[in-house]
Design a protein around this ligand. Structure first.
Ligand SMILES: *Cc1c(COP(=O)(O)O)cnc(C)c1O
Length: 359
């Protein structure tokens, strides 16, 4: 039990900006004189239409999304996109996948049902690095090249955008809005909202409109990008509350300097932890230095018992959810956009103390 907010290092759903939560709280019972909360509104009402379009505009601004690309607000999580992508974009042909962690592996396995999957690169089983451009074994006729920008479980992150002839399809679930991206280089970017943007239940898809409309005939309507573009993401009820919360997160981000501000901040946050890890012989970072994620820092002590004590004692200090994913073990500190610098400083302080008292 605590009466204070903790530092929440959860990999997802994750910490949200306090400013966004307070704004939501302020409007919870009566949104702008409507007499109701956003949760209770018709998705076709003028009040919600304004929330929807302004959130779309703010996202377009934050990521400098060009007019060639549509922004969709969908449901089903990132996981539904593992199937929607090959259904809509493969035409049943050859597709290239870079498998650099759990989620890209899952995406490739799902895609096998709908198209011919060629593994263009794999870092299994360690998944402690990102392949170099020269290592990508690209098919000459791939419908798209698929990769996951940040590997949430293993803590590695692509430091470059691959060069491919095929359109790039990228899962940015765990690093979207953490740095500028040249959206025009991508056929499609998508992200589950619950890491860096909003509560769980919303999936953002940013897609080059020319790629839509070639879905396989059995594609469910709700998974068709063309249908969703044509209906303005409102074929059915969209995740209204999550869209509203994304808008509030974007207000916070844009008011503070947008993704260039966030890029500086995320580098600074991650560097503090990695610098400490590199100077310690007690802890070991999982990812190789040139492949490290700024969003999910994975490390361990070398003893499963000590790792467990670390997680437990950290929680007693208000540093929660530091346990690594079960397939990777060890610890994982997720330093998403809304993680305050004080959380990082307190974590590093605790790591020092824990080392001192356990060597
Ligand atoms: C969390 C995560 C997913 C899975 O997201 P869901 O919304 O739970 O389906 C996929 N990819 C990445 C990179 C993730 O971090």
């Amino acid at each position: 039990m605590t009466n204070e907010r903790v530092f929440n290092f959860s990999a997802g759903p994750s910490v949200m900006p306090e400013e966004a939560l307070l704004e939501a709280q302020k409007n919870l019972l009566n949104y702008k004189g409507s007499g109701m909360s956003v949760m209770e509104m018709s998705h076709r009402s003028p009040a919600f239409a304004e929330i929807f379009s302004s959130t779309q505009e703010k996202l377009r601004k934050a990521l400098s999304v060009p007019d060639s690309h549509e922004i969709l607000f969908l449901q089903g999580g990132a996981t539904l996109q593992f199937a929607a992508i090959p259904m809509n974009l493969s035409s049943g042909g050859v597709t290239d996948y870079a498998v650099t962690g759990n989620f890209s592996n899952k995406a490739a396995k799902e895609a096998v049902k709908y198209c011919s999957v060629h593994i263009a690169a794999s870092t299994a089983p360690e998944h402690n690095r990102i392949p170099k451009q020269e290592e990508l074994n690209l098919s000459p006729d791939a419908a798209y090249f698929y990769y996951c920008a940040n590997n949430t479980i293993y803590g590695t992150e692509w430091q470059y955008v691959p060069e491919t002839k095929a359109p790039l399809v990228c899962d940015m679930s765990s690093d979207i809005l953490s740095q500028p991206v040249d959206v025009s280089r991508f056929g499609m970017i998508y992200a589950g909202a619950q890491k860096n943007m909003a509560p769980a239940g919303l999936t953002v898809v940013i897609i080059d409109k020319t790629l839509a409309g070639k879905e396989l005939p059995f594609t469910p309507q709700i998974m068709s990008y063309k249908t969703m573009i044509d209906s303005g993401s409102m074929l059915n009820t969209p995740p209204c509350w999550c869209i509203y919360m994304l808008g509030l997160t974007l207000d916070w981000l844009l008011a503070n300097g947008g993704v260039t501000w966030m890029e500086q901040l995320k580098r600074e946050r991650a560097k503090k932890v990695y610098d400490f890890l590199d100077n310690s012989s007690f802890y070991r970072a999982h990812a190789l230095p040139d492949s490290r994620s700024d969003m999910n820092v994975t490390f361990r002590t070398g003893s499963a018992e000590l790792d467990a004590s670390f997680v437990k004692e950290a929680a007693q200090r208000g540093l929660v959810n530091l346990k690594g994913h079960k397939i990777a073990g060890g610890m994982r500190a997720s330093l998403y956009n809304a993680m305050p610098m004080k959380g990082v400083d307190t974590l590093v302080e605790f790591m020092k103390e824990f080392e001192r008292s356990h060597v």
